[in-house]
Design a protein around this ligand. Structure first.
Ligand SMILES: *Cc1c(COP(=O)(O)O)cnc(C)c1O
Length: 375
């Protein structure tokens, strides 16, 4: 049996005619960038995430960049964030000449450890940037409380967490601004790159709409310098088809995740292969099903590959140890939990169309390895 880490064919095949129709509609309209399709998607995503405004842009990375531009981040300013995330979380900060102030993660959720944020705040701090890793919200109550105490806006990197909830509030809706990615492998993925910002702040929404079109409120008149980061109508049309299925897919991911955890427990593997911790007050949408394997993770991945099972590490190098951020002066040992997670965690195949047989097979392969490791 072969079990890929992710297979999008099962998602797209049943939607094929709807997707082609949506693309044809855009071609017939001749409105390829922004326009009605994008505006419709912006309203739909805003509604879906429980916010007033949605602002489409070219990618999740740009959403983060635009959010920080709209907060007037300037050189030397600091943003408190996690060292355990996709690269764009930190590069959005450094591209503006600002400085990421990393704090370590919670070893159970892999999200920023909210109890460490306050100590990292200085007179230069301008924002707090939590990431909702793998589809589970960071502890927003605690983070918002620190933000409020210090008058700091919270920017949510919700690229992996569209539809996730924390105490009934949707990812992206609780901070000043939330950032989504529609990269094809995300839970809501387009047919290419795409991203969106959501906010309840009307002035901020207006500013973001200008910043994504070179800072011009009207064509050829620029009050400030923005960037070119517009969402394509074709992406919006495709995403509008897929958005209708997102809750069903997320529910299926949650079921697959629960089933994996049950299988790992049944196989008596949950000590050596630690299943994801699911916070009871939230809705984890399992962008990834990530286990911790304290011993022999890399050997286990080789074994999985040998038996036709995909797996991947998100992310193998913590941000503070990236070569391009050496100038920040962090060394190995600066954030032990992030470093340990980079060495010990691995994502197993988990997508809505996976079968129970495939999941049983993955756990069988894991069991075989552990039996040999124990012997
Ligand atoms: C995917 C992702 C991004 C970037 O999104 P792109 O659309 O690929 O630019 C940012 N942050 C996190 C946590 C992500 O997973």
């Amino acid at each position: 049996m072969k079990v890929p880490l992710l297979d999008l064919r099962g998602q797209h095949q049943p939607l094929r005619s709807q997707l082609l129709e949506a693309v044809a509609r855009v071609i017939d309209s001749q409105q390829f960038v922004l326009g009605r399709e994008v505006e419709a998607l912006e309203s739909e995503i805003a509604e879906y995430s429980g916010t007033k405004f949605g602002i489409g842009c070219a990618s999740g990375s740009d959403a983060l960049l635009l959010a920080l531009m709209a907060l007037n981040l300037s050189p030397g300013d600091e943003v408190v964030t996690t060292p355990f995330s996709f690269f764009a979380t930190a590069s959005a900060i450094t591209r503006l000449g600002a400085v990421p102030r990393f704090v370590d993660i919670d070893p159970q959720t892999y999200n920023i450890d909210s109890s460490l944020i306050e100590a990292a705040i200085t007179f230069r701090t301008r924002a707090i940037l939590p990431v909702h890793m793998y589809g589970q919200c960071a502890e927003m109550d605690a983070i918002l409380a620190v933000g409020a105490r210090h008058g700091l806006p919270v920017v949510e990197d919700a690229a992996q967490a569209i539809g996730a909830e924390d105490s009934g509030r949707r990812a992206g809706s609780t901070g000043r601004v939330g950032c989504f990615s529609f990269y094809p492998t995300k839970n809501l993925g387009g047919g290419g790159d795409g991203g969106m910002l959501v906010t309840n702040d009307e002035a901020l929404a207006e500013r973001l709409r200008r910043l994504r079109v070179h800072g011009g409120a009207t064509e050829y008149h620029h009050d400030e310098v923005g960037i070119n980061s517009r969402l394509d109508a074709m992406q919006a049309a495709i995403l509008r088809v897929k958005l209708k299925y997102l809750d069903g897919w997320s529910e299926a991911r949650r079921q697959k995740a629960a089933f994996y955890t049950e299988l790992l427990r049944e196989a008596d593997l949950a000590i050596e292969i630690v299943p994801p911790f699911v916070a009871p007050a939230g809705r984890h949408i399992f962008h990834q099903y990530v286990v911790r394997i304290p011993k022999h993770r890399d050997a286990m991945m080789k074994h999985l590959a040998h038996h036709g099972v995909g797996s991947k590490v998100y992310y193998p190098v913590p941000l503070h140890l990236q070569a391009c951020f050496a100038f920040l002066g962090y060394g190995t040992g600066a954030f032990p939990e992030a470093e340990r997670a980079a060495l010990e965690t691995v994502a197993l195949p988990c997508f809505p169309e996976m079968t129970e047989d495939q999941q049983r097979y993955v756990v069988e392969v894991l069991t075989k390895f552990q039996a040999e490791a124990r012997a």
